[in-house]
Design a binder for this molecule. Structure first.
Ligand SMILES: NC(=O)c1ccc[n+]([C@@H]2O[C@H](COP(=O)([O-])OP(=O)(O)OC[C@H]3O[C@@H](n4cnc5c(N)ncnc54)[C@H](O)[C@@H]3O)[C@@H](O)[C@H]2O)c1
Length: 422
């Protein structure tokens, strides 16, 4: 059995995790930095062997709790069968949290998020909360978590399982075997820049302002992650911006080019305007390896990439911060790319794979449980290879299943792969 998920599981993040920190402190080639890299590698391994992993579960709204339930099923199975030692705690976030506390995330949950080894996030929002004040809208909870945990690197793999190549709106040959990463800057740019306001101009008109702002260090650290990821893959980075019309694009292009020359001349670097990149993504996506983008363009391009893989319900993501100098831990929040899907919420038909694959990313990048992560990815691929499909990825001749049945099938495949079946 060969699947994109299995391929993806072979990535190793250790080099860039270590270098991304060294970039802040000193040049990567110095002896001090080399020993620091080794020192930072140790807690990852120690975590793996000795500690109980503390997971904070934030299921959220709409289909969030439905898909999170399938991760809880896997966690229970892994705890019972010695495949992991997890301690979980759940909290409200988004609209459900607003209904009870008047905010999208509470101080108590923020403290728990900071203390957790990894955060698993479902999805937030829905029409019920369309009218709530902007500062406490459901998405504000997610944005606060991202900002306060410093989750600047959002990794969104777009992998097309061979079993699903016909579910894409593009031709099979365009997407079959696709394995690319959209790397989105997550804590800067247009979504956070100030001023951000709607002004009353007093003449019956209003003016809305959002500010696109990037400093050198923000561009450099996300580009560095991109180069490090590429080195572990097909060694190619595509940097996107709009330098033809935006000053932030001019700086982005300059900083990425300089960093490439200085530290990553071995990696192939190309630049594409973000709109052209969107076009190329649907024309011939296999030309890409790692696409590095700012917050806004990354948001859009990753949704385009989502459709290449068949469904939003298939796409996991990881959002990672810097390694903390004191605790030697790195914050990580793992969530499906999709939203709360109000149109199917409560019907038991949501595809849980994006959420389960996000859990696999948490095992890999926050908990150092590479083998368990591989098993979960393989279990997803095996369930698909058996022809099971939720409605969003249904195809002729496949067996249509609901959320819980897909989750059960993945757990069953995990049991089989781990040799835990009776
Ligand atoms: N990170 C987040 O929490 C997040 C992200 C995007 C949107 N949202 C919020 O979600 C709400 C709905 O937004 P939207 O409709 O634009 O996007 P969406 O991702 O929720 O849904 C888009 C389409 O994809 C389908 N879909 C999504 N996930 C699926 C899954 N797991 N299985 C099967 N089908 C799936 C939905 O049924 C819908 O037809 C809005 O309130 C939006 O603000 C939240």
């Amino acid at each position: 059995m060969r699947s994109g998920a299995v391929q993806f599981s072979r990535f190793t993040f250790i080099p860039w995790i270590l270098r991304s920190r060294s970039s802040v402190l000193c040049r990567p080639s110095t002896t001090a930095c080399q020993s620091e890299r080794l020192a930072l590698a140790i807690p990852r391994l120690r975590n793996k062997v000795t500690s109980m992993a503390k997971l904070l579960l934030l299921p959220g709204d709409g289909i969030g709790p439905e898909v999170m339930a399938e991760v809880e099923r896997l966690i229970a199975f892994m705890n019972e069968n010695g495949l992991g030692r997890f301690e979980t705690e759940a909290a409200l976030v988004g609209g459900g949290c607003y209904d009870l506390y008047g905010v999208a995330v509470t101080e108590d949950t923020m403290a728990k998020a900071k203390a957790a080894d990894a955060i698993l996030f479902g999805a937030v929002g829905g029409p019920k909360w369309d009218g709530v004040p902007y500062d406490v809208r459901p998405e504000a909870g997610l944005l606060r978590l991202r900002k306060e945990l410093g989750l600047f690197a959002n990794i969104r793999p777009a992998i097309c399982h061979p079993a699903l190549a016909d579910s894409s709106s593009l031709k099979r040959e365009v997407v079959d075997g696709l394995d690319i990463i959209i790397l989105r800057e997550l804590t800067g740019g247009l979504y956070f820049g100030e001023p951000k306001e709607i002004k009353d101009l007093g003449n019956g008109q209003k003016r809305a302002v959002d500010t696109q702002v990037y400093d050198t260090y923000e561009i450099e650290r996300i580009a560095r992650v991109g180069f490090e990821l590429a080195r572990e893959r097909r060694n190619k980075v595509t940097s996107t911006e709009k330098r033809n019309v935006m000053k932030s694009g001019v700086l982005w292009h300059e900083v990425v080019t300089d960093l490439h020359k200085r530290e990553y001349p071995d990696v192939k670097l190309e630049h594409q305007l973000a709109d052209a990149c969107g076009m190329q993504l649907v024309r011939w996506p296999k030309q890409f390896d790692v696409i590095v983008c700012d917050n806004l363009f990354g948001d859009m391009l990753s949704d385009v990439a989502a459709m290449l893989t068949g469904s939003l319900g298939m796409l996991p993501s990881a959002s990672l911060g810097e390694v903390d100098a004191r605790t030697k831990k790195r914050s990580g929040l793992y969530e499906p790319v999709h939203g709360s899907a109000p149109d199917i919420a409560g019907k038991g038909v949501a595809n849980p794979i994006a959420m389960v694959a996000s859990f696999a990313m948490a095992l890999r990048y926050s908990l150092g449980m590479t083998k368990a992560a591989d098993l979960v990815d393989q279990a997803i691929a095996a369930a698909l290879a058996k022809g099971l499909r939720t409605p969003d990825i249904k195809s002729e001749g496949a067996t249509l299943v609901g959320t819980a049945q897909m989750g059960e099938a993945i757990a069953g495949e995990l049991a089989r792969l781990a040799g835990k079946t009776n």
